[in-house]
Every structure is written in structure tokens, then in C-alpha cells.
Design a binder for this molecule. Structure first.
Ligand SMILES: [Fe+2]
Length: 150
């Protein structure tokens, strides 16, 4: 489980890995619809939780600490919206038991996630790590209010 005491970069990058792990479990759960349904729910919840933690806590803190407006945060927010759209479509397929369709669309989503995560981990989280070192304990406390579901 991602460690809140380790700092912004470590916490959010580890959370990326944990979302990827749930996806890999879903991919390997073929022909087991109840397990696919449970893993889909878990993946969707973890992705939405990650977006919420960034949008509600991390990104505003970066903007207020750096004075940065637009730029990398705006790009990340736009990509979150695109990924949310794909998750909504995947949820529609999952609700009809079409996990093959979920996995097909997931291939595209996962490519987008990889590119997005590498930008965050290479650019935005290092900025956060420097800009938020003093305020991280307070931010970490707020992030404890985002439990992992299930
Ligand atoms: Fe992220």
C-alpha cells in the first residue's frame, strides 16, 4: 500500500503501480465473470480515487505553492477528463457483462495511462516534491480521507 509518509512523488507513483496491478489482475481473470466484475469495480474505484486525490488535494496545492496556472496541471486535468470518458464507456460494457469489450477498450486506456503517468512522474511529481516538502504532512493527513474501497 502506498506510503503517505514517503512524500508526494513516492506516494502518487506507488498509487499508479497499484492501479496497474489491479488492471493486470483483471486481464488475467478471463473466463471468470464474477471475478472480472469484482476486479473491474476495484479498478474503476482506484482510478477515480487517484484522480480525486490529485484534483482535490495535490494539484491545487502545487498551483498555490508555485503560482503556476495552466501549464502541466491543466494538461493533466484534460487527460483525466479523457480517461474518465473511457472509464464511463468501460463501465457501460461491464454492466452488460461484456468484459471482452472492457479489455479491448482497456488497451487504449492503458496506453493513455502510461503516457500520462510518465509525465506526472517525470515532471509534475518532482515539482510537487520540491514545492510541497514543508506542507506535505498536512496534505498527507487530508489524503488519509481517501480510503481504498473494497
Ligand atoms: Fe496520477
Amino acid at each position: 500500500m502506498a506510503n503517505l509518509d514517503a512524500g508526494a512523488q513516492e506516494y502518487f507513483a506507488t498509487d499508479h503501480r497499484e492501479c496497474d496491478t489491479v488492471w493486470a489482475e483483471l486481464e488475467s481473470a478471463a473466463s471468470n465473470p464474477p471475478r472480472q466484475a469484482a476486479l473491474w469495480k476495484s479498478f474503476e474505484a482506484r482510478m477515480l480515487r487517484h484522480f480525486s486525490m490529485e484534483e482535490e488535494v495535490l494539484f491545487p496545492a502545487i498551483e498555490s505553492a508555485t503560482g503556476m496556472r495552466g501549464g502541466p496541471v491543466a494538461v493533466m486535468l484534460h487527460e483525466h477528463e479523457q480517461m474518465r470518458g473511457m472509464l464511463t464507456e468501460m463501465a457501460r460494457r461491464a454492466s452488460t457483462g461484456d468484459f471482452e469489450g472492457v479489455l479491448d477498450q482497456g488497451d487504449t486506456l492503458l496506453m493513455m495511462i502510461q503516457q500520462h503517468n510518465s509525465k506526472e512522474e517525470g515532471i509534475l511529481y518532482p515539482i510537487a516534491e520540491r514545492a510541497l516538502s514543508a506542507s506535505w504532512p498536512a496534505l498527507a493527513e487530508r489524503l488519509r480521507a481517501y480510503p481504498v474501497a473494497g
